[in-house]
Design a protein around this ligand. Structure first.
Ligand SMILES: [Zn+2]
Ligand SMILES: [Zn+2]
Length: 117
């Protein structure tokens, strides 16, 4: 089975949290295959930030999108956390660390994730 990890994403629409499951498809590439609502308390307990993934990420063909707004894409902040990408101004504010910045493509220094258990 492919290596799989979970990253957390916050939706801009209602500030709710969800988990995104990534599967490694090659040395330097990950595909995200699944998104599921998760409670903040559960997420804290699981501690989904012990490892960092880097490389290329892309949605699987049947990725269902954000459970709240349906977006299949997200912004990776410099803090390594994910935010739903619902912005039309070219700017985004990270729901995790509060940083405001320009939207950039790619995953920067990596995405903080935890093992899928
Ligand atoms: Zn969303
Ligand atoms: Zn951030």
């Amino acid at each position: 089975m492919n290596e799989a990890v979970i990253a957390l994403c916050k939706c801009k629409k209602n500030k709710k949290l969800y988990g995104v499951r990534f599967e490694r498809t090659s040395m330097n590439a990950w595909q995200y295959t699944w998104a599921f609502p998760i409670k903040e308390a559960t997420a804290r307990r699981e501690g989904y930030e012990g490892t960092t993934i880097t490389g290329n990420v892309e949605p699987a063909a049947d990725y269902p999108g954000c459970p709240y707004c349906g977006s299949k894409y997200f912004v990776v902040c410099q803090c390594g956390k994910l935010n739903c990408n619902i912005s039309d101004s070219g700017l985004f504010t990270c729901e995790w660390c509060g940083m405001t910045g320009e939207l950039t493509i790619g995953i920067g220094d990596g995405i903080k994730t935890g093992k899928d258990r």
